[in-house]
Design a protein around this ligand. Structure first.
Ligand SMILES: Nc1ncnc2c1ncn2[C@@H]1O[C@H](COP(=O)(O)OP(=O)(O)OP(=O)(O)O)[C@@H](O)[C@H]1O
Ligand SMILES: [Mg+2]
Length: 269
């Protein structure tokens, strides 16, 4: 059985990609066969993961072909790269921006939304967990398709009043479109992961309280990701574990991962 999880929010720059990469990294460390699938043509997760691989085995990774080409050939295997033990990457590339236009050959939008799931059917069984990283675009085929094929969604929310709205809109969208209109077969909400980007304790406390008032305590993960300067370096250096600062970040995301697994277990009870 494979569990597929999309990390989402309609707002950009809230920590989706960072969280997707670090959760996938932790799942792999826990011994689960994990795929991080980068469905964002910006390729930020691809970039971070390729650098992470370079830290581990000193090899420059090359993928056989771009994700768009693999989509056209209906075989994603040639865009998969082994990153480390238990962790693979489905690498994105800028030409994946063509995906929505390419899919226009299917006239029914609902059928377009379902197509990604079919593409993944050939590789899915290899993994215990598939983590999908999506672009921040509101109402895009990327996000619709990712959510359609997912068992769960984890909303990543920056604890900033402005970004509450992006999360609220996202939750409404899940219900109204993904579940009621596209009839996603399994999708369920794990919860909302608060990410504190401010690095100021009193402000953090205030905004976290605002998030609890807005969404209810039970919908927020108990684990919040604090502002950590070290995280900002991971897109440049890849994920490393050599210093105390690295290990602090990894520890926080181990807690996020444990709580995510715990919540899934509770939902499945
Ligand atoms: N806990 C954190 N502390 C400090 N900086 C962070 C934290 N989490 C993420 N960042 C930084 O914030 C920026 C945005 O993060 P990230 O790319 O993960 O967001 P995103 O939601 O995927 O963005 P996009 O919508 O563009 O895909 C990055 O520079 C990242 O390093
Ligand atoms: Mg991103």
């Amino acid at each position: 059985m494979t569990t597929t999880i999309t990390l989402g929010n309609f707002k950009g720059g809230v920590g989706k990609t960072t969280s997707a990469c670090l959760i996938a990294y932790q799942l792999a460390d826990k011994g689960y066969k994990t795929l991080i699938a980068d469905l964002d043509p910006q390729g930020n997760a691809t970039n971070m993961m390729l650098k992470t691989k370079a830290n581990i085995d000193d090899k420059i990774a090359v993928f056989e072909q771009s994700l768009m080409k693999s989509v056209e050939e209906k075989d994603l295997n040639k865009s998969i790269i082994d990153i480390k033990d238990n962790l693979d990457l489905l690498a994105s590339a800028p030409d994946f921006a063509m995906y929505p236009r390419y899919m226009e050959s299917i006239s029914d939008y609902n059928e377009r939304v379902k197509y990604l799931q079919k593409l993944f059917s050939g590789i899915k069984k290899e993994y215990d967990y598939i983590i999908l990283d999506t672009p921040p675009t509101v109402m895009s085929l990327f996000t619709d398709s990712a959510l359609y094929m997912s068992d769960y969604c984890l909303i990543v929310m920056q604890t900033h009043k402005d970004s509450f709205d992006g999360s609220k809109a996202f939750i409404d969208y899940l219900q109204e479109y993904v579940i009621d209109t596209y009839k996603a077969p399994r999708l369920d909400l794990i919860g909302i992961l608060p990410v504190l980007m401010q690095g100021n304790a009193p402000v953090d406390k205030y905004t976290l309280k605002g998030a609890i008032d807005e969404f209810g305590k039970e919908n927020l993960l108990d684990t919040a990701v604090k502002h950590m300067e070290r995280i900002k370096r991971f897109p440049i250096t890849g994920i490393t574990r050599s210093t105390m600062y690295d290990r602090r970040v990894l520890h926080v995301y181990e807690e996020v991962t444990d709580e995510t697994l715990k919540r899934i277990k509770e939902i499945e009870k």
